[in-house]
Design a binder for this molecule. Sequence first.
Ligand code: SIN
Length: 485
Amino acid sequence: MKSLNDKDLFREAGLIGGKWVAAGSGRTVDVIDPATQLSVGTVPDMAGPETRAAIQTAACAYQDWKKKTQAERAALLEAWHGLMVKHLDDLALILTTEQGKPLDEARGEIRYGASFVKWFAEEARRINGHTIPAPTADRRIIVLKEPVGVCGIITPWNFPNAMITRKVAPALAAGCTVVIKPSEFTPYSALALGVLAERAGIPAGVINIVTGMPAEIGNEIMANETVRKISFTGSTRVGSLLMRGAADGVKRLSLELGGNAPFIVFDDADLDLAVEGALASKFRNGGQTCVCANRILVQAAVYEDFAAKLSARVNALTVGPGTQPGVAIGPMINMAAVEKISRHVEDALAKGATIVTEKPVLPEGPQYVAPLVLTGATARMQLAGEETFGPVAPLFRFETEEEAIALANGTPYGLASYFYTESLKRAWRVGEALEFGMVGLNTGSVSMEIAPFGGVKQSGLGREGAQAGIEEYLEMKSFHMGGLG
Ligand code: SIN
Protein backbone atom coordinates (compact mmCIF):
# COMPACT_ATOMS: atom_id res chain seq x y z
CA MET A 1 0.00 0.00 0.00
CA LYS A 2 1.93 2.97 -1.34
CA SER A 3 0.67 5.88 0.71
CA LEU A 4 1.40 4.40 4.16
CA ASN A 5 3.94 6.27 6.27
CA ASP A 6 5.13 2.95 7.66
CA LYS A 7 4.95 0.49 4.78
CA ASP A 8 5.96 -2.40 7.01
CA LEU A 9 2.46 -2.38 8.49
CA PHE A 10 1.12 -3.89 5.29
CA ARG A 11 1.75 -7.64 5.35
CA GLU A 12 0.60 -10.28 2.90
CA ALA A 13 1.42 -13.29 5.10
CA GLY A 14 -0.10 -15.08 8.08
CA LEU A 15 1.55 -14.93 11.52
CA ILE A 16 2.31 -18.24 13.22
CA GLY A 17 4.70 -18.52 16.14
CA GLY A 18 6.37 -15.20 15.37
CA LYS A 19 6.98 -16.09 11.70
CA TRP A 20 5.25 -14.47 8.74
CA VAL A 21 4.24 -17.40 6.57
CA ALA A 22 2.49 -18.40 3.34
CA ALA A 23 -0.07 -21.19 3.01
CA GLY A 24 1.47 -24.66 2.63
CA SER A 25 -0.63 -25.09 -0.51
CA GLY A 26 0.71 -21.86 -1.99
CA ARG A 27 -2.89 -20.69 -2.48
CA THR A 28 -3.81 -17.05 -1.90
CA VAL A 29 -7.00 -14.99 -1.58
CA ASP A 30 -7.39 -11.61 -3.27
CA VAL A 31 -8.42 -8.69 -1.10
CA ILE A 32 -10.54 -6.20 -3.01
CA ASP A 33 -10.95 -2.46 -2.38
CA PRO A 34 -14.76 -2.03 -2.29
CA ALA A 35 -14.44 1.50 -3.68
CA THR A 36 -12.63 0.48 -6.87
CA GLN A 37 -13.07 -3.31 -7.11
CA LEU A 38 -9.31 -3.43 -7.66
CA SER A 39 -7.08 -5.87 -5.82
CA VAL A 40 -5.33 -4.41 -2.78
CA GLY A 41 -3.13 -7.49 -2.56
CA THR A 42 -3.36 -11.11 -1.54
CA VAL A 43 -3.12 -13.09 1.68
CA PRO A 44 -2.41 -16.80 2.15
CA ASP A 45 -5.44 -19.06 1.85
CA MET A 46 -4.63 -21.15 4.89
CA ALA A 47 -6.51 -24.25 5.94
CA GLY A 48 -6.42 -27.09 8.49
CA PRO A 49 -2.62 -27.67 8.66
CA GLU A 50 -1.73 -24.00 9.26
CA THR A 51 -4.53 -23.65 11.79
CA ARG A 52 -3.28 -26.74 13.66
CA ALA A 53 0.24 -25.30 13.65
CA ALA A 54 -1.04 -21.96 14.96
CA ILE A 55 -3.01 -23.70 17.73
CA GLN A 56 0.06 -25.76 18.65
CA THR A 57 2.30 -22.71 18.83
CA ALA A 58 -0.34 -20.85 20.86
CA ALA A 59 -0.42 -23.79 23.28
CA CYS A 60 3.39 -23.67 23.70
CA ALA A 61 3.41 -19.88 24.18
CA TYR A 62 0.60 -20.24 26.74
CA GLN A 63 2.92 -22.03 29.17
CA ASP A 64 5.05 -18.87 29.65
CA TRP A 65 2.41 -16.23 28.99
CA LYS A 66 0.10 -17.45 31.74
CA LYS A 67 2.99 -17.29 34.22
CA LYS A 68 3.76 -13.63 33.56
CA THR A 69 2.66 -11.33 36.32
CA GLN A 70 -0.45 -9.26 35.76
CA ALA A 71 1.75 -6.15 35.71
CA GLU A 72 3.98 -7.64 32.98
CA ARG A 73 1.00 -8.46 30.78
CA ALA A 74 -0.48 -5.02 31.45
CA ALA A 75 2.77 -3.31 30.42
CA LEU A 76 2.89 -5.20 27.11
CA LEU A 77 -0.74 -4.31 26.38
CA GLU A 78 0.00 -0.66 27.22
CA ALA A 79 2.89 -0.74 24.73
CA TRP A 80 0.60 -2.25 22.05
CA HIS A 81 -1.96 0.47 22.74
CA GLY A 82 0.71 3.19 22.43
CA LEU A 83 1.74 1.87 19.01
CA MET A 84 -1.86 1.75 17.80
CA VAL A 85 -2.28 5.40 18.73
CA LYS A 86 1.07 6.31 17.17
CA HIS A 87 0.14 4.61 13.87
CA LEU A 88 -3.50 5.66 13.90
CA ASP A 89 -3.44 7.26 10.43
CA ASP A 90 -1.81 4.29 8.75
CA LEU A 91 -4.12 1.80 10.49
CA ALA A 92 -7.12 3.89 9.40
CA LEU A 93 -5.93 4.01 5.80
CA ILE A 94 -5.45 0.24 5.70
CA LEU A 95 -8.93 -0.18 7.18
CA THR A 96 -10.63 2.17 4.70
CA THR A 97 -8.83 0.59 1.76
CA GLU A 98 -10.00 -2.93 2.54
CA GLN A 99 -13.36 -2.16 4.17
CA GLY A 100 -14.63 1.04 2.54
CA LYS A 101 -15.74 3.14 5.53
CA PRO A 102 -14.89 6.88 5.43
CA LEU A 103 -11.42 7.69 6.71
CA ASP A 104 -12.74 9.74 9.64
CA GLU A 105 -14.86 6.81 10.73
CA ALA A 106 -11.89 4.48 10.29
CA ARG A 107 -9.84 6.77 12.58
CA GLY A 108 -12.74 6.56 15.04
CA GLU A 109 -12.63 2.78 14.82
CA ILE A 110 -8.87 2.70 15.53
CA ARG A 111 -9.45 4.88 18.63
CA TYR A 112 -12.34 2.59 19.62
CA GLY A 113 -10.17 -0.50 19.03
CA ALA A 114 -7.27 0.98 20.98
CA SER A 115 -9.58 1.84 23.87
CA PHE A 116 -10.15 -1.90 24.49
CA VAL A 117 -6.41 -2.53 24.66
CA LYS A 118 -5.97 0.28 27.17
CA TRP A 119 -9.01 -0.80 29.19
CA PHE A 120 -7.94 -4.43 29.44
CA ALA A 121 -4.34 -3.45 30.21
CA GLU A 122 -5.87 -1.79 33.26
CA GLU A 123 -8.23 -4.70 33.99
CA ALA A 124 -5.27 -7.11 33.85
CA ARG A 125 -4.23 -5.69 37.22
CA ARG A 126 -7.62 -6.44 38.77
CA ILE A 127 -7.97 -10.17 38.21
CA ASN A 128 -8.79 -10.74 41.83
CA GLY A 129 -9.92 -14.00 43.37
CA HIS A 130 -11.76 -14.13 46.70
CA THR A 131 -11.97 -16.07 49.93
CA ILE A 132 -14.95 -17.99 51.28
CA PRO A 133 -15.46 -18.37 55.04
CA ALA A 134 -14.70 -22.03 55.75
CA PRO A 135 -17.23 -24.42 57.32
CA THR A 136 -14.72 -25.69 59.94
CA ALA A 137 -11.81 -24.13 61.82
CA ASP A 138 -9.18 -26.31 60.12
CA ARG A 139 -10.13 -25.35 56.57
CA ARG A 140 -9.68 -22.40 54.23
CA ILE A 141 -11.32 -21.91 50.84
CA ILE A 142 -10.07 -19.50 48.25
CA VAL A 143 -11.25 -18.91 44.70
CA LEU A 144 -8.52 -18.39 42.11
CA LYS A 145 -9.01 -16.89 38.67
CA GLU A 146 -7.07 -18.66 35.92
CA PRO A 147 -6.88 -18.17 32.16
CA VAL A 148 -9.11 -20.36 30.00
CA GLY A 149 -6.22 -21.39 27.69
CA VAL A 150 -5.87 -21.18 23.92
CA CYS A 151 -8.69 -19.16 22.33
CA GLY A 152 -9.98 -19.13 18.74
CA ILE A 153 -10.95 -15.58 17.78
CA ILE A 154 -13.14 -15.25 14.67
CA THR A 155 -13.84 -11.69 13.57
CA PRO A 156 -16.00 -9.91 10.98
CA TRP A 157 -15.30 -7.43 8.18
CA ASN A 158 -17.41 -4.54 9.48
CA PHE A 159 -14.98 -3.58 12.29
CA PRO A 160 -11.71 -5.18 11.17
CA ASN A 161 -9.71 -3.57 13.97
CA ALA A 162 -11.99 -3.09 16.98
CA MET A 163 -13.63 -6.54 16.93
CA ILE A 164 -10.14 -8.04 17.21
CA THR A 165 -8.95 -5.85 20.07
CA ARG A 166 -12.25 -6.24 21.94
CA LYS A 167 -11.55 -10.00 22.10
CA VAL A 168 -7.76 -10.29 22.03
CA ALA A 169 -7.00 -7.63 24.66
CA PRO A 170 -9.07 -9.31 27.42
CA ALA A 171 -7.80 -12.74 26.34
CA LEU A 172 -4.17 -11.63 26.65
CA ALA A 173 -4.84 -9.70 29.86
CA ALA A 174 -6.32 -12.87 31.37
CA GLY A 175 -3.25 -14.92 30.37
CA CYS A 176 -4.71 -16.70 27.32
CA THR A 177 -3.01 -17.00 23.93
CA VAL A 178 -4.94 -16.67 20.67
CA VAL A 179 -5.38 -17.82 17.10
CA ILE A 180 -7.17 -15.09 15.15
CA LYS A 181 -9.13 -15.79 11.97
CA PRO A 182 -9.93 -12.35 10.50
CA SER A 183 -12.53 -11.97 7.78
CA GLU A 184 -11.14 -12.85 4.34
CA PHE A 185 -12.48 -9.45 3.17
CA THR A 186 -10.42 -7.43 5.68
CA PRO A 187 -7.29 -9.32 6.79
CA TYR A 188 -4.81 -6.43 6.53
CA SER A 189 -6.05 -4.59 9.61
CA ALA A 190 -5.52 -7.78 11.61
CA LEU A 191 -2.04 -8.32 10.18
CA ALA A 192 -1.06 -4.70 10.96
CA LEU A 193 -2.17 -5.31 14.55
CA GLY A 194 0.09 -8.37 14.51
CA VAL A 195 3.08 -6.25 13.40
CA LEU A 196 2.43 -3.76 16.21
CA ALA A 197 2.02 -6.55 18.77
CA GLU A 198 5.47 -7.87 17.77
CA ARG A 199 6.97 -4.39 18.06
CA ALA A 200 5.33 -3.97 21.46
CA GLY A 201 7.25 -7.02 22.63
CA ILE A 202 4.32 -9.44 22.95
CA PRO A 203 6.14 -12.79 22.71
CA ALA A 204 5.99 -14.95 19.58
CA GLY A 205 3.11 -17.40 19.59
CA VAL A 206 0.88 -15.38 21.93
CA ILE A 207 -0.95 -13.84 18.95
CA ASN A 208 -1.24 -15.96 15.80
CA ILE A 209 -3.14 -14.91 12.69
CA VAL A 210 -4.46 -17.43 10.19
CA THR A 211 -5.78 -15.87 6.97
CA GLY A 212 -7.97 -17.35 4.26
CA MET A 213 -11.41 -18.72 3.58
CA PRO A 214 -13.37 -19.60 6.69
CA ALA A 215 -14.60 -23.19 6.31
CA GLU A 216 -11.45 -25.24 6.97
CA ILE A 217 -9.95 -22.83 9.48
CA GLY A 218 -13.25 -22.67 11.37
CA ASN A 219 -13.61 -26.46 11.34
CA GLU A 220 -10.16 -26.90 12.85
CA ILE A 221 -10.80 -24.27 15.54
CA MET A 222 -14.07 -26.02 16.43
CA ALA A 223 -12.67 -29.54 16.42
CA ASN A 224 -9.22 -29.04 17.94
CA GLU A 225 -9.22 -30.08 21.60
CA THR A 226 -6.43 -27.65 22.50
CA VAL A 227 -8.73 -24.70 21.80
CA ARG A 228 -10.65 -24.11 25.05
CA LYS A 229 -12.70 -21.14 23.97
CA ILE A 230 -14.10 -19.55 20.82
CA SER A 231 -15.10 -15.92 20.57
CA PHE A 232 -17.01 -14.99 17.43
CA THR A 233 -18.69 -11.89 16.04
CA GLY A 234 -20.87 -12.42 12.99
CA SER A 235 -24.19 -13.83 11.87
CA THR A 236 -26.57 -15.84 14.04
CA ARG A 237 -26.47 -18.62 11.42
CA VAL A 238 -22.69 -19.06 11.75
CA GLY A 239 -22.85 -18.54 15.52
CA SER A 240 -25.21 -21.45 15.91
CA LEU A 241 -23.02 -23.62 13.63
CA LEU A 242 -20.06 -22.79 15.89
CA MET A 243 -22.11 -23.71 18.94
CA ARG A 244 -22.85 -27.11 17.45
CA GLY A 245 -19.24 -27.57 16.34
CA ALA A 246 -17.89 -26.58 19.77
CA ALA A 247 -20.29 -28.89 21.61
CA ASP A 248 -18.23 -32.09 21.31
CA GLY A 249 -15.21 -30.45 22.93
CA VAL A 250 -17.42 -28.53 25.40
CA LYS A 251 -15.60 -25.34 24.60
CA ARG A 252 -16.53 -22.02 26.13
CA LEU A 253 -18.18 -19.58 23.75
CA SER A 254 -18.69 -15.86 23.44
CA LEU A 255 -21.00 -15.02 20.56
CA GLU A 256 -21.89 -11.54 19.36
CA LEU A 257 -24.46 -12.22 16.66
CA GLY A 258 -27.11 -10.52 14.56
CA GLY A 259 -29.45 -7.80 15.75
CA ASN A 260 -32.64 -6.15 14.56
CA ALA A 261 -32.44 -2.95 16.56
CA PRO A 262 -35.61 -0.95 17.16
CA PHE A 263 -35.24 2.83 17.44
CA ILE A 264 -38.40 4.23 19.04
CA VAL A 265 -39.36 7.90 18.85
CA PHE A 266 -42.19 8.77 21.25
CA ASP A 267 -44.32 11.87 20.76
CA ASP A 268 -42.75 13.49 23.85
CA ALA A 269 -39.23 13.11 22.43
CA ASP A 270 -36.82 15.92 21.62
CA LEU A 271 -37.14 15.39 17.85
CA ASP A 272 -33.87 17.10 16.93
CA LEU A 273 -31.99 14.89 19.38
CA ALA A 274 -33.82 11.86 17.97
CA VAL A 275 -32.84 12.80 14.41
CA GLU A 276 -29.19 13.13 15.50
CA GLY A 277 -29.38 9.75 17.20
CA ALA A 278 -31.04 8.10 14.21
CA LEU A 279 -28.34 9.44 11.88
CA ALA A 280 -25.56 8.24 14.18
CA SER A 281 -27.07 4.85 14.77
CA LYS A 282 -28.49 4.09 11.32
CA PHE A 283 -25.76 5.43 9.03
CA ARG A 284 -22.62 4.53 10.97
CA ASN A 285 -20.44 2.39 8.69
CA GLY A 286 -23.09 2.81 5.97
CA GLY A 287 -25.57 0.89 8.11
CA GLN A 288 -23.29 -2.14 8.32
CA THR A 289 -23.23 -2.75 12.06
CA CYS A 290 -25.09 -5.21 14.27
CA VAL A 291 -26.27 -2.32 16.46
CA CYS A 292 -27.55 -0.07 13.64
CA ALA A 293 -31.18 0.99 14.01
CA ASN A 294 -32.97 -1.46 11.72
CA ARG A 295 -36.57 -0.48 12.47
CA ILE A 296 -37.36 3.15 13.28
CA LEU A 297 -40.68 3.21 15.13
CA VAL A 298 -42.26 6.68 15.29
CA GLN A 299 -45.39 7.66 17.22
CA ALA A 300 -48.20 8.90 14.96
CA ALA A 301 -48.32 12.50 16.29
CA VAL A 302 -44.68 13.19 15.36
CA TYR A 303 -44.33 10.81 12.40
CA GLU A 304 -44.51 13.39 9.57
CA ASP A 305 -42.27 15.88 11.37
CA PHE A 306 -39.66 13.27 12.18
CA ALA A 307 -39.72 11.92 8.60
CA ALA A 308 -39.21 15.44 7.20
CA LYS A 309 -36.35 16.29 9.57
CA LEU A 310 -34.57 12.97 9.09
CA SER A 311 -34.94 13.11 5.29
CA ALA A 312 -33.47 16.62 5.17
CA ARG A 313 -30.39 15.35 6.99
CA VAL A 314 -30.10 12.19 4.90
CA ASN A 315 -30.35 14.26 1.68
CA ALA A 316 -27.17 16.02 2.79
CA LEU A 317 -25.12 12.81 3.19
CA THR A 318 -22.41 12.39 0.57
CA VAL A 319 -21.73 8.94 -0.85
CA GLY A 320 -18.27 8.18 -2.22
CA PRO A 321 -14.90 6.53 -1.71
CA GLY A 322 -13.93 6.48 1.94
CA THR A 323 -10.66 8.25 1.22
CA GLN A 324 -12.44 11.31 -0.26
CA PRO A 325 -12.87 14.18 2.23
CA GLY A 326 -16.46 14.91 3.27
CA VAL A 327 -17.81 11.47 2.40
CA ALA A 328 -20.33 10.14 4.94
CA ILE A 329 -21.15 6.80 3.32
CA GLY A 330 -18.57 4.64 1.62
CA PRO A 331 -19.15 1.63 -0.63
CA MET A 332 -20.82 -1.50 0.75
CA ILE A 333 -18.48 -4.39 1.48
CA ASN A 334 -19.46 -6.56 -1.51
CA MET A 335 -22.12 -7.26 -4.12
CA ALA A 336 -23.99 -9.69 -1.85
CA ALA A 337 -24.54 -6.78 0.56
CA VAL A 338 -25.74 -4.51 -2.27
CA GLU A 339 -28.13 -7.21 -3.49
CA LYS A 340 -29.63 -7.77 -0.05
CA ILE A 341 -30.23 -4.04 0.40
CA SER A 342 -31.98 -3.72 -2.97
CA ARG A 343 -34.07 -6.84 -2.27
CA HIS A 344 -35.25 -5.25 1.00
CA VAL A 345 -36.04 -1.91 -0.65
CA GLU A 346 -37.88 -3.48 -3.60
CA ASP A 347 -39.91 -5.69 -1.27
CA ALA A 348 -40.82 -2.68 0.90
CA LEU A 349 -41.85 -0.60 -2.14
CA ALA A 350 -43.95 -3.46 -3.49
CA LYS A 351 -45.71 -3.68 -0.13
CA GLY A 352 -46.59 0.02 0.05
CA ALA A 353 -43.54 1.91 1.39
CA THR A 354 -42.49 5.25 -0.14
CA ILE A 355 -39.02 6.71 -0.57
CA VAL A 356 -39.09 10.26 0.84
CA THR A 357 -35.44 11.21 0.29
CA GLU A 358 -34.05 12.77 -2.88
CA LYS A 359 -32.15 10.68 -5.41
CA PRO A 360 -28.49 11.37 -4.56
CA VAL A 361 -25.61 11.62 -6.99
CA LEU A 362 -23.73 8.34 -6.70
CA PRO A 363 -20.14 7.86 -7.83
CA GLU A 364 -19.23 5.29 -10.47
CA GLY A 365 -19.01 1.77 -9.07
CA PRO A 366 -21.40 -1.07 -8.33
CA GLN A 367 -20.98 -1.06 -4.53
CA TYR A 368 -22.36 2.40 -3.81
CA VAL A 369 -25.87 2.50 -2.39
CA ALA A 370 -28.10 5.55 -1.92
CA PRO A 371 -29.06 6.34 1.68
CA LEU A 372 -32.84 6.23 1.93
CA VAL A 373 -35.65 7.08 4.29
CA LEU A 374 -38.76 4.97 3.67
CA THR A 375 -42.13 5.85 5.11
CA GLY A 376 -45.05 3.45 5.43
CA ALA A 377 -42.91 0.52 6.63
CA THR A 378 -44.85 -2.38 8.13
CA ALA A 379 -44.13 -5.62 9.95
CA ARG A 380 -44.94 -7.63 6.76
CA MET A 381 -41.86 -6.32 4.98
CA GLN A 382 -38.56 -8.25 4.81
CA LEU A 383 -36.70 -5.34 6.37
CA ALA A 384 -38.81 -5.68 9.51
CA GLY A 385 -37.65 -9.23 10.14
CA GLU A 386 -34.03 -9.23 8.94
CA GLU A 387 -31.11 -6.84 9.34
CA THR A 388 -30.76 -4.81 6.13
CA PHE A 389 -27.11 -4.00 6.93
CA GLY A 390 -27.21 -0.94 4.70
CA PRO A 391 -28.13 2.78 4.71
CA VAL A 392 -31.89 2.33 4.60
CA ALA A 393 -34.04 3.91 7.32
CA PRO A 394 -37.58 2.47 7.32
CA LEU A 395 -40.10 4.40 9.43
CA PHE A 396 -42.88 2.36 11.10
CA ARG A 397 -45.88 4.23 12.57
CA PHE A 398 -47.31 3.32 15.98
CA GLU A 399 -50.06 4.74 18.21
CA THR A 400 -49.41 3.58 21.79
CA GLU A 401 -46.47 2.78 24.05
CA GLU A 402 -47.69 -0.83 24.43
CA GLU A 403 -47.79 -1.23 20.64
CA ALA A 404 -44.23 0.15 20.33
CA ILE A 405 -42.89 -2.24 22.96
CA ALA A 406 -44.63 -5.22 21.37
CA LEU A 407 -43.26 -4.27 17.93
CA ALA A 408 -39.76 -3.67 19.30
CA ASN A 409 -39.66 -7.00 21.16
CA GLY A 410 -41.31 -8.92 18.31
CA THR A 411 -38.05 -10.35 17.00
CA PRO A 412 -35.89 -13.35 17.88
CA TYR A 413 -32.95 -10.95 18.25
CA GLY A 414 -32.01 -8.89 21.30
CA LEU A 415 -28.80 -6.94 20.77
CA ALA A 416 -29.26 -3.13 20.80
CA SER A 417 -32.37 -0.96 21.12
CA TYR A 418 -32.90 2.79 21.38
CA PHE A 419 -35.75 5.04 22.44
CA TYR A 420 -36.41 8.75 22.77
CA THR A 421 -38.67 10.34 25.37
CA GLU A 422 -38.50 13.31 27.73
CA SER A 423 -40.65 11.52 30.34
CA LEU A 424 -38.78 10.03 33.29
CA LYS A 425 -41.57 7.56 34.04
CA ARG A 426 -41.71 6.36 30.47
CA ALA A 427 -37.92 6.13 30.39
CA TRP A 428 -37.95 3.57 33.21
CA ARG A 429 -41.04 1.71 31.96
CA VAL A 430 -39.76 1.28 28.42
CA GLY A 431 -36.12 0.74 29.40
CA GLU A 432 -37.18 -2.17 31.60
CA ALA A 433 -39.63 -3.60 29.07
CA LEU A 434 -37.20 -3.80 26.15
CA GLU A 435 -35.79 -7.33 25.76
CA PHE A 436 -32.32 -6.36 24.56
CA GLY A 437 -28.78 -6.60 25.94
CA MET A 438 -28.26 -2.88 25.34
CA VAL A 439 -30.72 -0.02 25.57
CA GLY A 440 -29.96 3.58 24.59
CA LEU A 441 -32.24 6.26 26.03
CA ASN A 442 -31.96 9.56 24.12
CA THR A 443 -28.75 8.38 22.50
CA GLY A 444 -28.00 6.50 19.31
CA SER A 445 -24.71 5.10 20.57
CA VAL A 446 -24.12 2.23 23.00
CA SER A 447 -20.63 1.14 21.94
CA MET A 448 -17.76 1.91 24.30
CA GLU A 449 -15.09 -0.01 26.13
CA ILE A 450 -16.43 0.77 29.61
CA ALA A 451 -19.90 -0.78 29.24
CA PRO A 452 -20.84 -4.41 28.60
CA PHE A 453 -21.60 -5.09 24.92
CA GLY A 454 -23.68 -8.12 23.97
CA GLY A 455 -27.11 -9.51 23.33
CA VAL A 456 -29.89 -11.76 24.55
CA LYS A 457 -32.07 -14.27 22.64
CA GLN A 458 -30.54 -15.13 19.23
CA SER A 459 -28.14 -12.19 19.43
CA GLY A 460 -25.61 -14.16 21.37
CA LEU A 461 -23.90 -15.22 24.56
CA GLY A 462 -21.55 -13.36 26.88
CA ARG A 463 -20.42 -9.77 27.08
CA GLU A 464 -17.47 -7.87 25.67
CA GLY A 465 -15.82 -4.75 27.08
CA ALA A 466 -16.28 -3.51 30.65
CA GLN A 467 -15.27 -5.58 33.67
CA ALA A 468 -17.41 -8.43 32.36
CA GLY A 469 -15.24 -8.73 29.22
CA ILE A 470 -12.26 -10.28 30.98
CA GLU A 471 -14.36 -12.84 32.85
CA GLU A 472 -15.10 -14.45 29.47
CA TYR A 473 -11.43 -15.52 29.39
CA LEU A 474 -11.11 -16.65 33.00
CA GLU A 475 -11.99 -19.85 34.84
CA MET A 476 -12.68 -20.04 38.56
CA LYS A 477 -10.80 -22.57 40.60
CA SER A 478 -12.03 -23.35 44.14
CA PHE A 479 -8.96 -24.16 46.21
CA HIS A 480 -9.90 -26.07 49.41
CA MET A 481 -7.24 -26.35 52.10
CA GLY A 482 -7.77 -28.75 54.96
CA GLY A 483 -5.82 -29.95 58.01
CA LEU A 484 -4.91 -26.43 59.08
CA GLY A 485 -6.19 -26.84 62.66
C1 SIN B 1 -20.81 -4.93 15.39
O1 SIN B 1 -21.47 -4.44 14.51
O2 SIN B 1 -20.62 -6.14 15.42
C2 SIN B 1 -20.15 -4.13 16.48
C3 SIN B 1 -20.57 -2.73 16.55
C4 SIN B 1 -19.97 -1.96 17.69
O3 SIN B 1 -19.08 -2.41 18.40
O4 SIN B 1 -20.44 -0.85 17.89
